[in-house]
Write a protein that binds this ligand. Sequence first.
Ligand SMILES: Nc1ncnc2c1ncn2[C@@H]1O[C@H](COP(=O)(O)OP(=O)(O)OP(=O)(O)O)[C@@H](O)[C@H]1O
Length: 285
Amino acid sequence: MTDALQVERLTKTFPGFTLENISFSVPTGSVTGLIGPNGSGKTTTIKLILNLLKKDTGTITVLGLDHMKKEQEFKERIGVVFDTHFFVDDWKMPDVEKAMGMFYRNWDTGAYYRYLERFQISRGKRVRELSKGMQMKLMLACSFSHKAELLILDEPTSGLDPVSRDEMLDILLEYTDDKKHSVLFSTHITPDLDKIADQITFINKGKLFYTGEKVNFTRRYSIVSGSVKQLSPDIKALTPNIKIYPDSFEALVETEYLPGLSGLQTRSAAMDDIIVFISKGEVLS
Ligand SMILES: Nc1ncnc2c1ncn2[C@@H]1O[C@H](COP(=O)(O)OP(=O)(O)OP(=O)(O)O)[C@@H](O)[C@H]1O
């Protein structure tokens, strides 16, 4: 399978923060979720891909094109959705159409109005009169109308109600259904990724913690719990990721070690469990 996006050994240093040696890919036809706690480097990674920030080192290939040498070419072939829209607030839908049509060679006016109809956005509305969910859909309509092959989305569902979020996720699933279109999706809302992601890339404090298939990410970890008396040196040796409560404890352990731990309660780890335990990375009490 080819990759819609390849990021290799990407590094960027700001005062007090380094995004360090990040490598991951978005296989064509997949949805890749980019996750990590606040300040871990997700938006920085996206801005570096888009050349909105200048990388220190590393290579980035978008749809087979070097992101610096072929910037204009790759930008014509991708769609970008941030958590706030990038249109002029006063524009009506035909104004959006005109602006986008000037920018994209592949622009399809008919498709744009068909998407507006499908997403129930009326032509006479101004951008500022659209709800947040509608604004997100408008950005998607624009991406689809210039036939974007890859969507790069930075927290597109934050601030959406559950109904709008669900609609947005269905639109993305439909978009990748032909296995030709791909999505990179940064989010804190992991249930969204449970629903649509094939791959996960988890960045923690600027470092890559995991990249690969979603199922392997959650299968790799389990949560064990028991009374404080059961918190043996064996468990402490297995994992630094332990939460201690007044009478009990919970720990994140690699699933392969479960057979050696008897008498404890175990459950599968959800994506949020893994993020919380790993981002703390120490005994918590
Ligand atoms: N232009 C900049 N100049 C200096 N520091 C920056 C700049 N942009 C980001 N940072 C720092 O880089 C770190 C990573 O920020 P980034 O926005 O990439 O995190 P994030 O994972 O997207 O976080 P969030 O989930 O809160 O959006 C933070 O410490 C931030 O302060």
